[in-house]
Design a protein around this ligand. Structure first.
Ligand code: UDX
Length: 440
């Protein structure tokens, strides 16, 4: 198929590269400065294998870039919309980027492809409205909803090996076209109406976020009763009806999707007069995570003003450079309020434009003279650091392991260093067993 994809963000660019890899002829469209970078294979997205696959598809002539939607859509069999749908005012989903695409399709006769595939996450009913809008403008096309379930850091793998593919569509023609588009991917295909497909996306993310907040809620109970949430969640997740995934406690979820989609679903509920208390509680538990963790440090410090906090990890999760809605941003804002100095290290997020962030080149520099360290992102290399040295470099050896990164073996060694306090999540704090220096 000849496919035009509008939007080259985490979803659009991954879809463009993967569908080109599957043999389709893909033209990806975005704003001029973005396309200029992509044409010279300069990526702002840090996603494993993306760079290599992009270059291969470009070399094979299956992937090209354009800045003009009409020009790029003229001979397309289908147009995929993968633009951002952030939360706007009053918790409403901002669909302005989609509206821009539709407006450009209306401007020039004969450029609207027979099939429009909505990949962006949109409130229930959006595709129905879009299709009615286009038909009213005399454009003969069908809008289908085909949600993505990609996780950043494993987006290509998730695209090529999905748990399921969902087609929210009406006609047999659209269904046949979607089957052809995803030919070569071995996954269950669910065909349903558009509104149900739109809701599948929101309900999936809301449930995943709820699992995480559940794990964090139980973590607080474990800390109060000297239990170990790692054991608790292992036992809970062993139940096939529950499953072991997305039960890791810590500093809470971040990223551009969970909070956005939860808010959008809450707004959709409100629009029909339904409160969604489970989602409200999920969001509230998550919002309280960082203040709760910082409070643990402040209770040890006394007066936080002037303290120096070392932060390991800025991105919202490992294997990505994305800082959108990262828990780190909440931590930074609170530290500024308390007058706490923040110095950070992140293996991938370099020289961020975030105000007030002092970025070091190594974790050991972050530890130097720090009054505490908090691990915000579970990068594997953080577990491999020389934590005895890290503790010795610190002014106050307090380690808040926000992602339970350190192994029991490392923690045992750490406990032999004078005055060390180790604060995990979901189990009790540990203090150094000895108060004298021990040459290890
Ligand atoms: C998520 C959904 O997983 C994906 O299906 C959807 O398409 C987009 O949103 P993503 O945001 O990329 O993907 O990352 P994900 O791996 O889901 O993690 C989201 C947040 O939850 C991260 O901050 C992560 O650290 C946190 N998390 C995840 C936990 O705190 N505990 C867990 O057990 C899992």
């Amino acid at each position: 198929m000849r496919l035009t994809i509008i939007g080259t963000g985490y979803v659009g660019l991954v879809a463009a590269v993967c569908l080109a890899k599957l043999g389709h002829i893909v033209t990806a469209v975005d704003r001029e400065h973005v396309i200029q970078d992509l044409r010279v294979h300069k990526l702002t997205i840090w996603e494993p294998d993306l760079q290599e696959m992009l270059e291969t598809c470009r070399r094979d002539g299956r992937l090209s870039f354009d800045i003009d939607i009409a020009h790029a859509s003229r001979d397309a069999d289908a147009l995929m919309i993968a633009v951002g749908t952030p939360i706007g005012v009053n918790g409403q989903t901002d669909l302005s980027q989609i509206d821009d695409v539709i407006a450009q399709l209306k401007q020039v006769d004969g450029v609207c492809p027979p099939l429009i595939i909505m990949k962006s996450t949109v409130p229930v009913g959006t595709c129905d409205e879009l299709e009615a809008n286009l038909l009213a403008a005399g454009l003969q096309t069908e809008v289908v909803f085909n949600p993505e379930f990609l996780r950043q850091g494993s987006a290509i793998n998730d695209f090529m090996n999905p748990d399921r593919i969902v087609f929210g569509c009406r006609s047999h023609l659209a269904k046949a076209a979607l089957h052809q588009l995803y030919k070569g991917i071995n996954a269950p295909i669910q065909v349903c109406d558009r509104r149900s497909a739109e809701l599948i996306k929101y309900a999936s993310n809301a449930f995943l976020a709820m699992k995480i907040s559940f794990a964090n809620m139980i973590a607080d109970v474990c800390e109060g009763y000297d239990a170990d949430n790692r054991q608790v969640m292992q036992g809970v997740g062993a139940d096939r009806r529950i499953g072991p995934h997305f039960l890791r406690d810590g500093i809470g979820y971040g990223g551009s999707c969970f909070s956005k989609d939860l808010q959008s679903l809450l707004t959709s509920g409100k629009a029909i007069g339904r409160s969604l208390p489970l989602l409200e509680a999920t969001a509230q538990i998550n919002e309280e995570r960082i203040p709760q963790l910082l409070e643990k440090l402040i209770s040890l410090w006394g007066n936080p003003r002037g303290k120096r906090l070392g932060v390991l990890g800025i991105s919202f999760k490992p294997n990505t450079n994305d800082v959108r809605d990262a828990p780190f941003l909440t931590l930074l804002r609170l530290c500024h309020l308390y007058g706490i100095e923040v110095q950070t290290f992140d293996p991938v997020v370099q020289h961020t434009s975030i105000d007030g962030v002092i970025q070091m080149d190594t974790a050991y520099e972050v530890a130097t003279d720090a009054d505490a360290i908090i691990i915000m992102t579970e990068w594997p290399q953080f577990a491999e650091l020389d934590w005895v040295l890290m503790a010795r470099l610190m002014h106050q050896p307090i380690l808040l392991d926000g992602r339970n990164v350190l192994s029991d073996e490392v923690i045992s060694r750490l406990m032999l260093v004078e005055n060390v306090i180790y604060i995990p999540v979901g189990r009790p704090m540990e203090r150094a067993k000895l108060t004298l220096s021990v040459n290890l």
